[in-house]
Design a protein around this ligand. Structure first.
Ligand SMILES: *Cc1c(COP(=O)(O)O)cnc(C)c1O
Length: 372
């Protein structure tokens, strides 16, 4: 049986050219001309003042929190509905995560729950050092509401846009609205360097500092000199070459992803058993993965039945406040915990940009049979 994967890397063909250049010039190092070029292209594309390429999205978040002076014992607010990588860096630092529910329009951080959490924190004189909002599945959170709250309490925002490169909020690229934004170029993301990430900001001094911290905090001196704790977090010059070629086809990939979403949406338009993550007015979604809520069947059940027909699907993120790792963490939900409902009902459908029309038809027909 034909195996249809959820989504796999999709090379443009030009990647080899940049990799070859790195070999020809023997720039086999973290840093080099491909890294400079990739950073410049990312800055141009996103509109951010400056961008530092990193070894992963996770390391970019770690750098952001370090630059925001998050320290052991501080609290960090984060969306509960996300991948663990959003919050692991806070744990590296010894900071305490406090989780915030999703709202139902975007599945992103609920301004209502965030407002309650901030009010509580202010009363206890223990405001968080940072708020990590996560733009999941290409969909922007309600940024005006979130930024208004964050600014009111003076707490900086880090945008985890790992899944949302190319998505916008009121015309602005995600990742450029808060104090810092991060992208991921892991193998499963909309474009990939096999592994990699980026940290972006409109404060160029902070990005310069990120480059320094990310290369072992090595000071400018005729010998090895260090006054701060640093990291080895920069992107390899070879991998940056892959990134340059991948960024060139990002718009094509987004167009295909959106067409895949549209095809699913059309196929299940009038089906009461399925609802789709919609696109909030004023936002543009890269449709990294088409995600749905199943109203009448469990996602586990549907996933197994799809797998039996050679189709890979995947549950949505399991909320952080339900993870054994965060058993004792504080959680602010809306009246009902939306994040839990999303987990209980949600499924990611095959969304690879190599999907043929025939495969897409097959997935739709199979899914229709399963849920009818
Ligand atoms: C993939 C992902 C990350 C982490 O990126 P890596 O490059 O794998 O470290 C962070 N947050 C979210 C929401 C992600 O999906």
């Amino acid at each position: 049986m034909n195996q249809i994967p959820l989504a796999i890397p999709h090379m443009s063909g030009n990647e080899q050219k940049y990799i070859q250049q790195a070999f020809d010039t023997n720039w086999i190092a973290p840093l080099g001309p491909n890294v400079d070029q990739f950073e410049a292209n990312l800055a141009t594309y996103s509109g951010a003042k400056d961008v530092a390429a990193t070894s992963s999205g996770t390391s970019a978040i770690h750098l952001a929190l370090t630059l925001l002076n998050v320290q052991a014992g501080d609290t960090v607010f984060c969306s509960t509905f996300t991948f663990i990588a959003s919050i692991n860096p806070a744990l590296y630092i010894g900071a305490t995560p406090v989780f915030i529910d999703s709202e139902t329009d975007t599945w992103g951080m609920s301004p209502v729950a965030l407002g309650r959490a901030l009010e509580d924190a202010a009363t206890k004189n223990k405001l968080p050092k940072a708020i990590i909002v996560v733009h999941l599945y290409g969909q922007s959170c309600k940024m005006d509401e979130i930024m208004e709250l964050a600014n009111r309490y003076g707490v900086p925002v880090v945008e985890d846009a790992a899944e949302s490169l190319g998505s916008t909020y009121k015309g602005r690229q995600l990742g450029t609205i808060g104090a810092f934004g991060i992208y991921s170029f892991n193998g499963n993301k909309i474009i990939t360097t096999s592994g990699g990430g980026a940290l972006l900001s409109n404060d160029a001094t902070q990005i310069e500092k990120a480059r320094y911290l990310g290369s072992q905090a090595k000071e400018v001196a005729p010998y090895y000199s260090h006054s701060e704790v640093g990291f080895n977090y920069r992107l390899s010059n070879i991998l940056a070459g892959i990134g340059i070629a991948q960024l060139d086809v990002l718009e094509e990939r987004i167009a295909k992803k959106r067409a895949i979403y549209d095809a699913y949406k059309a196929a299940f338009e009038n089906h009461s058993g399925i609802t789709f993550l919609s696109e909030l007015e004023g936002t543009f979604n890269n449709r990294w993965l088409t995600t749905v809520l199943l109203e009448k069947m469990s996602p586990e059940d549907v996933m197994e039945k799809l797998a039996a027909k050679g189709i890979e699907s995947r549950r949505l993120w399991k909320p952080m406040h339900t993870q054994p790792l965060f058993e004792t963490a504080t959680y602010y939900s809306e009246e009902t915990s939306n994040a839990d409902i999303l987990f209980e009902k949600g499924l990611c459908l095959p969304s690879g940009t190599q999907l043929t029309e025939g495969q897409l038809d097959y997935v739709c027909k199979t899914l229709m049979e399963i849920i009818k």
